[in-house]
Ligand binder design. Structure first.
Ligand SMILES: Cc1ncc(COP(=O)(O)O)c(C=O)c1O
Length: 385
């Protein structure tokens, strides 16, 4: 049975051409550390790392490559950003569409006396902007929100939110897990203070590499969660106060960075707009086909605007887990079912606790695969409902 991968919301597959080769080349032919060795190989590896920071700046419209911090991904980045600067007594805003990468650090902080306020979202997953305006009070310290929902693809109005936050002096941090490499991200135009990205989703790179881009002003407010050797100012036992060393102690994930570098080179060549158009054409086909079926509810925005290609479906008369199992077992279609690490998001759109089955086409998904998925859903509904 041919397998059909529709779980690109979890991680993209296949990765960009050249990613595996770049990683293998690093392991087999380069292998050195950077910032520690005073030899040619270390310097040229450091150049690839710097070039990766520059490529990320270009993609996300930011002009300080030294303020691109590599971590293992969004989860690590958000933990650093949130736990590093929120103190007991602070008030932080977030939305009711967040992934647990946002919610769990915030709930931990809540136990230490940080006030966590959720901005409600509507049944289609869009932000209740009026509620946001009411809740964004002077004295609120930070706002952290996703750019696009991992559960149903709804895109959040980050620019408008950030502009309003700026007028009140609220730090803004955006989780770009589901948008980096997919939607245009413009840190300067948005006026946000930090964005977190994962290398392994829309950027088409490997797992275990990601990071954040941060303004000098916010960086100065964040106390580094981790500290250790950086290969710089080794005579001092204090944490370096310059970027990116301030937030990059320990040995870097260089195979990951080399892989990400290859992925970003590919994205520059192809252009993210082209991949986005392809994925949205598939989403349109999927949404159109789903709209003709009875016994399911498509969660999130039914129209193509204000969403990504992530499509979530609630099987109304059968268990979503059973539907996902049958899709894989009988038709080889790989999806993800359940709560997608976003319980609040399901509460917002009315699919808690049953969750949904999530279909996330990627750059190599074909129309024929979407048609196969639609026919499979139709057959499952006919046989089980
Ligand atoms: C919206 C969102 N935020 C955060 C994460 C976590 O990202 P990472 O795997 O890089 O830690 C994910 C991954 O599923 C996500 O979809």
């Amino acid at each position: 049975m041919n397998k059909i991968y529709l779980d690109n919301g979890s991680t993209s597959f296949p990765k960009a051409p050249g990613v595996g080769k770049a990683m293998a080349n690093f392991i087999e032919n380069v292998g050195v550390n950077i910032g520690r060795g005073g030899y040619e190989e270390a310097y040229s590896a450091a150049e690839v790392v710097l070039d990766t920071r520059e490529k990320l700046c270009k993609l996300f419209h930011f002009d300080q490559p030294e303020n691109v911090v590599f971590t293992s991904g969004i989860t690590a980045s958000l933990n650093i950003l949130l736990k590093g600067h929120l103190q007991p007594g602070d008030r932080v805003l977030t939305t009711s569409m967040e992934h647990n990468a946002v919610m769990r650090p915030l709930r931990q902080l809540e136990q230490k006396g940080v006030e966590v306020v959720l901005i409600p979202c509507k049944r289609d997953g869009t932000l209740d902007f009026e509620a946001f305006i009411d809740l964004a009070t002077p004295g609120t310290r930070a706002l952290v929100m996703t750019h696009a929902s991992n559960m149903c693809g709804t895109v959040m109005p980050v620019k408008d939110v950030a502009e309003y936050c700026q007028t009140l002096g609220i730090w803004t941090i955006v989780d770009c897990a589901q948008s980096a490499g997919i939607l245009p991200i413009d840190m300067e135009d948005w006026g946000v203070d930090a964005i977190a990205f994962a290398g392994h989703k829309g950027l088409l790179g490997p797992q275990g590499i990601g990071g954040f881009l941060i303004t000098d002003d916010l960086a100065a407010e964040v106390d580094p969660l981790l500290s250790g050797g950086t290969g710089s100012i080794s005579h001092l036992e204090t944490v370096p106060d310059f970027m990116p060393d301030r937030f990059e102690p320990g040995t870097q994930n260089l195979p990951g960075i080399f892989g990400l570098h290859a992925a970003l080179s590919y994205l520059e060549k192809v252009g993210i707009e082209k991949i986005y158009q392809h994925e949205m054409a598939l989403a349109e086909r999927l949404l159109k086909g789903l709209s003709q079926l009875e016994g399911i509810r498509v969660v999130g925005r039914p129209q193509l605007t204000g969403r990504t290609a992530v499509v979530s479906v609630d099987f109304l008369q059968m268990d979503n887990a059973d539907a996902a199992f049958l899709l894989e077992d009988k038709y080889g279609i790989m999806t993800r079912c359940g709560l997608h690490c976003a319980p609040q998001a399901h509460k917002s759109v009315g699919t808690y606790p049953q969750g949904t089955v999530r279909f996330a086409p990627g750059r190599e998904t074909t129309e024929a695969e979407i048609d196969t998925a639609l026919a499979a859903i139709q057959e499952i509904l006919a046989e089980n409902c």
